[in-house]
Design a protein around this ligand. Structure first.
Ligand code: UDP
Ligand code: MG
Length: 314
């Protein structure tokens, strides 16, 4: 029988968090008194995460399913894979690290019961390093600007999606992606609610500064062409300005004669423009990279095995 609720949790080297996660999550789900399943995706962990997921599945074979990835494909691909296999009517995503406490799940479900098809969340009193909070503030603003979406907190992953939306996301065939943005894009009746946030108690963040930048580039380039339009616009702007400068120089030469001073000013301007050119090449490169990935047609993720009830009976 199809369960009513599917919880989707990506797991990458979370051996320190998992025990506590099971302890908090299972009672919350039981208390709801509604049918549910929990899908864990092991995203190529190299610690004991998989064997812990395996054990808990053995204990609750009816409720828990484990998708074991054939390597590390990233948090969003892990969720994407689970979206192909969910059976529930409402789908809730959650991180394994307990930064969003499972006790907040009923709040999200209550909103879904009200008929919202995407329940977004933002972190109240976010407990993360300061540099990440500041960076997120800026990134949230820029990303909303660029993509035209309205999401207050892109990084908060405790979210609810109606099955219809999940099916659309699963069929959205992009080589890299950002699940909350896709959800928002296809939502017909979205809502946002605040949820509690805790410090990461066990283990550490799986994102370093470079993977965060990567992730944000994926987000921006997959939802908008406006960075490319900026490149074009700034090129046009700079050409117009330099045309004026050249005209001025020619006139000056006739009136005052040639000039030799101001060498370092010239260098500074030159460096600045070189920087813009390199950055523009990079932005164009981002899009070309995406096209390249898309035509390579490599699988976005590879599943080693799905551990679920049917195969236990075989
Ligand atoms: N995660 C994953 N694959 C990755 C990186 C992270 O499945 O390559 C999972 C991780 O186990 C956690 C969630 O994604 O459940 C969020 O990761 P993390 O807490 O490290 O991110 P942060 O909260 O620092 O943004
Ligand atoms: Mg976290």
């Amino acid at each position: 029988m199809e369960p009513e609720i599917s919880i989707v949790i990506p797991v990458y080297n979370e051996e320190e968090s998992l025990q506590q996660l099971f302890r908090e999550l299972l009672p919350v789900m039981e208390d709801l008194k509604r049918s549910y399943e929990i899908i864990f995706i092991n995203d190529g962990s190299c610690d004991k995460s998989f064997s812990m997921l395996y054990d808990i599945r053995e204990k609750f074979p009816q409720k828990i399913r484990v998708i074991d990835f054939n390597g590390n494909f990233g948090q969003h691909m892990a969720i994407m894979a689970a979206f192909f296999h969910v059976r529930g009517k409402f789908i809730i995503t959650l991180d394994a690290d307990l930064q969003n406490p499972p006790a907040e799940i009923p709040k999200v479900i209550a909103k879904m019961d009200e008929g919202y098809d995407v329940v977004g969340t933002y972190r109240q009193n976010r407990r993360d390093p300061l540099y990440r909070k500041v960076a997120s503030k800026i990134v949230n603003k820029i990303t909303n600007r660029i993509t035209g979406l309205k999401i207050s907190d892109y990084g908060c992953m405790l979210r609810g999606y109606d099955r219809r939306i999940v099916d659309i996301i699963a069929n959205s065939n992009e080589s890299t992606t950002f699940i909350p943005a896709l959800g928002q894009k296809y939502a017909v009746r979205p809502v946002e609610i605040p949820v509690a946030h805790r410090e990461r108690e066990f283990g550490e963040s799986k994102y370093n500064i470079f993977s965060l930048i990567r992730l944000n580039f994926d987000l921006m380039t997959s939802f908008s062409l406006s960075p490319l339009q900026w490149v074009t616009m700034s090129g046009m702007g700079i050409s117009a300005l330099s045309f004026l400068l050249v005209a001025y120089m020619i006139i000056r030469r006739f009136i005052i004669g040639s000039e030799a001073d101001g060498l370092f000013t010239l260098m500074a301007i030159q460096f600045f423009l070189t920087g813009i050119s390199i950055m523009s090449l990079g932005i164009i490169g981002e899009y070309i990279g995406r096209i390249y990935k898309q035509i390579q047609k490599r699988p976005r993720f590879v599943i080693k095995k799905i551990w679920e009830e049917e195969d236990a009976e075989k």
